[in-house]
Design a protein around this ligand. Structure first.
Ligand code: NDP
Length: 333
């Protein structure tokens, strides 16, 4: 079997990732690391995890741990990934990978050198909805893509109104939290990397010293334009996206979500058609990919390099918003 060590006694691990690991035949979560041993023990008991540790080194020294899932706050990811790679453990790391491109690039290089699989846990390209949208775009049925609009303004749940809204040094703020997901979605759907971005950020009343809303325009190499809206303070907008091509449009509702739901409609000269979608758990799908990469080689569903690129876009967005000008996205070579 494959043993997973969870670094970070987090909400996302509790809500989605323990289940996602256990959905893989022969996989289980064998240990959790929390900075507080007491919290870690309680968390382990609640979720049926055998071991709790209060240091990364102790967790990595556990021979039952083959792979780690890192879901601590964002400033901690880098050192934890480097330690896991040095210990020869496969690494699935939460987004944003790090706070700087240099750190993220170093993390990917360390995993490459160690010969371990590295994945970034962007969930959206694991959704049946997004996969169906990409298949429609690739089929050519909507012609050339001219524009993509992403609606990802939500209300940050009260239990998560912690470091995201009051701790910039932990990588708080809506740009590092949600723009990275939108950037990965854009790259997945359009199959190209944003060239430059123009953005404005806002203080919508929830976050103290970081932005809690953003609107972005991205220019793609093909000439397509992308528009995205992210927020922590908009409870009733609903999420979605639209892809507009020269021959048709795709309208997707409720698709910028962790849950396996949402509807996708295609409109062309032939009329309006709802795509039939077989939903599956996004995180279990990501884990299945990761398990295959561990077994047979190959990449995770979202690789370390993909995580570097989504961070590169988000950092360009932050720079554009703070300086009020168009910013070229810097992808490390
Ligand atoms: P949480 O705030 O739930 O957890 C982050 C850290 O905060 C934990 O590692 C834990 O530290 C500490 N913590 C959590 N709950 C408590 C508590 N009740 N009391 C004291 N400390 C606590 O963060 P999230 O789960 O929301 O996010 C974790 C990471 O996952 C981030 O990198 C985030 O960006 C990413 N994320 C990704 C999502 C996706 O869909 N890909 C969705 C949500 C988050 P310790 O481990 O030391 O106990």
């Amino acid at each position: 079997g494959i043993g997973w060590g969870f670094i970070g006694a987090s909400t996302i691990a509790r809500q989605w990732m323990v289940k996602a690991v256990r959905a893989q035949v022969g996989h289980d979560v064998v240990a959790v690391m929390s900075s507080s041993l007491e919290r870690g023990r309680a968390y382990a008991d609640e979720l049926g995890i055998p071991e709790a540790y209060d240091s990364v080194d102790a967790l990595l020294a556990d021979p039952a741990v083959d792979a780690v899932y890192i879901s601590t706050t964002n400033e901690l990811h880098k050192d934890q990934v480097l330690a896991a790679a040095a210990a020869g453990k496969h690494v699935l790391c939460e987004k944003p990978l790090a706070l700087t491109l240099q750190d993220a690039t170093e993390m990917v290089a360390a995993c490459r050198t160690a010969g371990v699989v590295m994945g970034t846990n962007h969930h959206l390209r694991n959704a049946a909805t997004h996969q169906a949208i990409r298949a429609e775009i690739d089929s050519g049925v909507i012609g050339d893509v001219v524009a993509l609009r992403i609606f990802h303004a939500v209300e940050l749940p009260s239990n998560l109104q912690t470091w995201r809204i009051n701790k910039p040094q932990a990588g708080g703020g809506v740009i590092l939290d949600i723009v990275v997901h939108d950037a990965d979605t854009v790259r997945f759907l359009l199959g190209e990397d944003p060239l430059d971005v123009m953005a404005c950020a806002q203080h919508g009343g929830m976050a103290a010293n970081v932005e809690d809303g953003s609107m972005v325009i991205m220019r793609m190499p093909s000439g397509a334009l992308v528009q995205t809206h992210e927020s922590f303070v908009v409870p009733f907008a609903g999420t979605g996206l639209e892809v507009h091509g020269t021959q048709g449009s795709i309208f997707a509702r409720d698709v910028m979500t962790q849950r396996p739901l949402g509807e996708v409609e295609l409109v062309t000269a032939q009329g309006r058609r709802t795509l039939s979608i077989e939903h599956h758990d996004l995180y279990a799908h990501s884990l299945a990919h990761f398990a295959r990469a561990m077994r047979e080689g190959g990449e995770a569903a979202v690789s370390g390099e993909d995580g570097v690129k989504s961070l590169a876009v988000a950092l360009a967005v932050a720079e554009s918003a703070s300086e009020g000008r168009l910013v070229r996205v810097q992808y490390p070579v």
